[in-house]
Design a protein around this ligand. Sequence first.
Ligand code: GLC
Ligand code: GLC
Length: 834
Amino acid sequence: MFMPFYLIDFITRSNYKKYWEDTMKFGFFDDLNKEYVITTPKTPLPWINYLGTNDFFSLVSNTAGGYSFYKDAKLLRITRFRYNNVPMDTNGKYFYIKDGDTVWNPGWQPTKTDLDSYECRHGIGYTKWNSSKNGVKAEVLAFVPTDDTCEINRIKLTNTSSEAKDIKLFSYVEWCLWNADDDMKNFQRNFSTGEVEIVGSTIFHKTEYRERRNHYAIYSVNAPIDGFDTSRDAFLGAYHDNHDPEAVFNGACTGSEAHGWSPVAAHQINIKLNPGESKSYVFVLGYCENPEDQKWESKGVVNKAPANAMLAKYKTDEDVDKAFAKLNAYWDNLLSIYTVESNNDKVNRMVNIWNQYQCMVTFNMSRSASYFESGIGRGMGFRDSNQDLLGFVHLIPERARERIIDIASTQFENGSAYHQYQPLTKRGNSDIGSGFNDDPLWLIAGTSAYVRETGDISILKEMVPYDNDMSVATTLMEHLKRSFDFTVNNKGPHNLPLIGRADWNDCLNLNCFSEHPGESFQCFGPSEGPVAESVFIAGMFVKYGEEYAQLAELLGDTAEAERARKEIKIMYDAVLKDGWDGEWFVRAYDAYSNKIGSKECEEGKIFIESNGFCSLAGIGVKEGLAEKALDSVKKYLDCKYGVMILQPAYTVYHLELGEISSYPPGYKENAGIFCHNNPWVSIAETVIGRGDRAFEIYKKTCPAYTEEISEIHKTEPYVYCQMVAGNDAYIPGEGKNSWLTGTAAWTFCNISQYILGVYPTHKGLSVDPCVPHGFGDFKITRKFRGATYHIEVSNPSDVEKGVKELIVDGNKVDGCVIPFVDGKKEYNVKVVMG
Ligand code: GLC
Ligand code: GLC
């Protein structure tokens, strides 16, 4: 049911909440087809999908909004999007259907003509619409083929009425002048540079091709056209916009040729459809490059060979079917690497489809292009990319390997690292620089995950530069040693790690003292003080220090492993001595050595990060402190929609804390529910064996569960978002920043490796589930190091954790690790919990 937004004004906040507490959905999951089916265009926010697997990508919303780019969403933007516009989600790949006096779009926007039926199916790497109006049915399929730099839109129109119909179909995209940042700022130049060519049914966008570019874009259709426009103003008409283009309403394009201003591509096709008749059209939006010396066909005329070659591949419906089948096979293969069959449909759906899909999208996009990330902002984050790796390494280990080397190449010789790097140049970003003291340890996390997954220790021996300087290259293992030692060598007054500009929480800026607008919260001030310390990094050090020690052992360096473990013990003791507050772990010490996240504080008494990470690292488990800390987390940080990052929220700005206290209470890092670190607490609960609680936390932020409250939650019910508003917020439970978040990787690790319990170790897969009561028996298929594991878990006494029996191919095995046998292709594994 959809509620008109104006009605909300008449309902008080609490009534409003109560009103929507029941089921509130805008679609449903079609698990068989791996699709989310959206049944109304009026979703609370645009609900988007990603098309593309390699270099050409498109973002596409349920109302056909979005944009496309090649490799880099900032520098090679193909179509233009309007951020922050009203109505939201303005510009996309639009089809207009003119049927008599009625003009409508299969995706509803931009005309917003009421449709007789509407359905949008977001699938894995494709989106479909199925809509109808006045006896005309439109079926659109949009996807990016696996091996081409283009997006296909096939539109099939059917006359379902009993009369013959004369309709007109118009296509429309607006070109971006390549650099998306410049495109929305530099109008004095950009209004004069636009250039196009039109040949047959193909429109070529060649702005800036004359001087420095050797690439152009095309929009074409596999049928003769009855008209075109390439000037936006001619197509729309003065003082019109996408929702009422003059050319469409007049029933005829104007044949405009764009010179400067805003080039677009619009086709017109006049179609006669007898009752019951269907016709389909294949539209191709492509990116093409020419070698520098083959740019021209003749003076001023673009060499069209690459475009023609591309278009020749998508001439017919059969061509499209073939490319689409190939895309589906690509994804089916990826999604067959880890699958579960349990009694819980929601878990099956998240694990088998959506959570892994989101991990891949996050791998492709990092934090660049979403409806919350403009595509012109951040590069690749050092910590973000390492954590993303935890979620996709089993899917595409070769690309994980490349990424590890890229990331490590931006490390400094002293073990610290650039906080971000640029995906095209792969160089560290000096605007932001280094000094985020958690960064180095994430490299150990990513590398360890890769080696545990693949068994490929050769990566540890690869020569990898520092700050991209090959003359000082060392082995990757030496990089990890320097990561480890960076923490050892940078400790503060309590023997805890110095925090630098910030640790995982980018907004806890203890050395920055940013006082005036315009000063960066993170990069201002001394930034790297000798006093402020992080208990969270201490937890990371214990967890990833041990993983480092294991890598050293793998290489036969037992002395180094022993040294590492000594350092870990020292850190463990320091945490228990000065990082323990009585009922939970302290979060940090500020630049004056005052505690943060302690009962001594007025606000911000308890934080999630140190409690989650120290406990999952095993700190205080044998002393009973981890359990106490997790109980405190439940008592003070839990709310209906997840575990909040801190409590009580900061109500005033603290110069000595920075950005964290700049957010209004309940939002983002100031007491929001940061979905990214909820799984840390859930994992910690599995470490101490509390399956009920681990699963309760898992459920709270899980899209398949929050689907029920879509009206409050607002973001897509098939993917995680970064942040959900906490209890202090105006509307608790409201989600933001969907898709590109480390939440994807961490929730997948949590459910697949800790709750369902199939965890890759150096010796082989370990199976040690920790499930809620009543979860029942389940089966997992896992491909690992070239073999397929068929794992059946039974839980006859309905316990939360514990492996009573492990049987591999009929033989009993001690412990819970399935010994890896080189060359063996199939494992049949039975696990009895108890
Ligand atoms: C954002 C950043 C991530 C950071 C988190 C918490 O998600 O991408 O690096 O850890 O915020 O501040
Ligand atoms: C802001 C956000 C944080 C993000 C950071 C990235 O601080 O609150 O989540 O990590 O920007 O620069």
